[in-house]
Write a protein that binds this ligand. Structure first.
Ligand SMILES: *Cc1c(COP(=O)(O)O)cnc(C)c1O
Length: 452
């Protein structure tokens, strides 16, 4: 185990100079993993084989010049906390299975609400990511709006239930649709709202859509942080409108909700406290290792009604004085997710979180400013947060530049289609990225663009 921790740390240290994504030989990795064997292998040798097999195929996500997928790199303290969690091997279902895990989630959930400006009496759950958070928020919403219409969805299900309207921007994240499918809504109830030029919800259009349809149980999805442009919906205006229609408002703020934690970007989340449920990630902008997300709900009863269950062996003889983490999520035997987030928030402090958000936004603007200076480069979005869309001539050339940059290995950014055109999508979300990393990445891109 000690060896594994040291090996992991050494890998992290190598990332400043290692290609972000080295050339891949898929067959070699498969072959190195070998076949299922009849007999045992000593633990230390097993781990050595694993390291040797997969190291060539590891992505430098934890390094300073990884700009893909809106995900940051994990900070040292939460990474260490994850090593401890693995060593401690806690079952984070409730106070009986692990008092430590339950208490840490209790404390950390309060910290998160305070940082983000979510009402202090909101319930919360530590989930695997915003996909899970959106699904749970939607489940709580489903419970609440149907209960108001006299229907018990937990008992009677959706067959025969009153129709629920689901209203969301055409710029919603693709995972919202998966949440709708998982919860049995399908795509039919979805009413789409137009978006502004930078990809935030058009509040005028939201009002028109809500007014045009049949009144009744309604759920509105809003978004803080468009995955392409970083645009944040006007939560205050949208909440005013949606609440007039008695709608439940869920905010998908996977990365963008962190804007609320910095005084200089807080205005982007103005009105956040007026929503009914929220989802955000630790593993994106807070730089916690993967499988760290949160869901919050302004109606704890609806949240618990949608998620909690019990079995005789799960509860102790005495009334629990500690909140049960398992009552607010979809998993029972689950990893103790609170420790890593506690460690990230302790390592950064309130000011450190704000500084991380500000720095990433500053570096994103620096990316845009420098790339704009290169001949033929066009920036496709208004850089309001940490996302930059860059285009290099036509679609084909843009894709060629993205592929060449990924192959070059100095930095890694993905591609996306925004408003029908291909772009390189640059997401600055890592505590490790410095101005020098941006300069170095821009220089690599400039060199590659000149050669294509
Ligand atoms: C990443 C993202 C999600 C999904 O979050 P996961 O952590 O991948 O589950 C949902 N919505 C938005 C806006 C995102 O950026």
């Amino acid at each position: 185990m000690t060896w594994a921790a040291i090996e992991g740390a050494a890998f992290r240290q190598s990332l400043d100079e290692r290609p972000v994504q080295p050339p891949l030989d898929i067959e070699a990795v498969r072959k190195a993993l070998g076949d299922l064997e009849d007999g045992p292998t000593p633990a230390r040798e097993t781990l050595q084989q694993l390291v040797d097999a997969v190291t060539p195929a590891l992505t430098g996500t934890a390094g300073p010049r990884y700009f893909g997928f809106v995900t940051g790199s994990a900070l040292d303290a939460p990474t260490g906390a994850e090593i401890l969690v693995t060593g401690w091997d806690q079952l984070a279902y409730n106070h009986l299975s692990s008092p430590a895990a339950a208490i840490v989630e209790e404390v950390t959930g309060e910290w998160l609400k305070e940082l983000l400006g979510i009402p202090a009496d909101a319930s919360f759950g530590f989930v695997a990511g915003s996909q899970g958070g959106n699904t749970i928020g939607l489940a709580a919403a489903r419970h609440h709006v149907l209960a108001a219409a006299g229907w018990d969805v937990e008992r009677d299900g959706l067959f025969g239930a009153p129709r629920v309207r689901v209203v969301a921007s055409e710029e919603r994240h693709a995972t919202v649709d998966r949440s709708l499918r998982i919860l049995g809504f399908g795509m039919v109830p979805l009413e789409q709202v137009a978006a502004t030029a930078n990809g935030a919800i058009d509040v005028g259009s939201l009002e028109r859509v809500l007014a045009a349809g049949p009144q009744g149980p309604t759920i509105v999805f809003l978004q803080s942080g468009n995955v392409n442009t970083g645009a944040c919906d006007d939560l205050a205006a949208a909440c005013d409108i949606a609440h007039r229609f008695d709608a439940w408002i869920h905010v998908d703020g996977a990365f963008g909700l962190w804007a609320a934690a910095s005084p200089s970007t807080h205005h982007l989340c103005e009105g956040i406290e007026r929503a009914d449920s929220w989802a955000t990630d630790g593993h994106k902008w807070l730089n916690v290792p993967y499988e760290s997300g949160y869901v919050f709900c302004a109606h704890p009863d609806a949240h618990a009604a949608a998620m909690a269950y019990s079995a005789s062996y799960l509860v102790g003889p005495a009334a629990p004085a500690i909140r049960a983490p398992g009552d607010f999520v979809t998993e029972s035997s689950r990893r103790a997710r609170g420790f890593a987030t506690w460690a990230a928030l302790r390592e950064l402090g309130r000011d450190g979180v704000a500084e991380l958000v500000d720095r990433c936004c500053r570096l994103a603007r620096s990316f845009a400013d420098q790339l704009r200076e290169i001949d033929g480069v066009e920036i496709g979005n208004d850089v309001v947060l940490n996302q930059v869309l860059a285009r290099y001539g036509d679609d084909e050339r843009t894709d060629a530049v993205i592929t060449a940059v990924q192959r070059d290995g100095t930095c890694w950014m993905g591609g996306t289609t925004w408003r029908g055109r291909r772009y390189m999508r640059i997401s600055v979300s890592s505590w490790r990225t410095t101005p020098a990393d941006v300069d170095r990445s821009v220089a690599a891109i400039e060199r590659i663009v000149a050669g294509i």
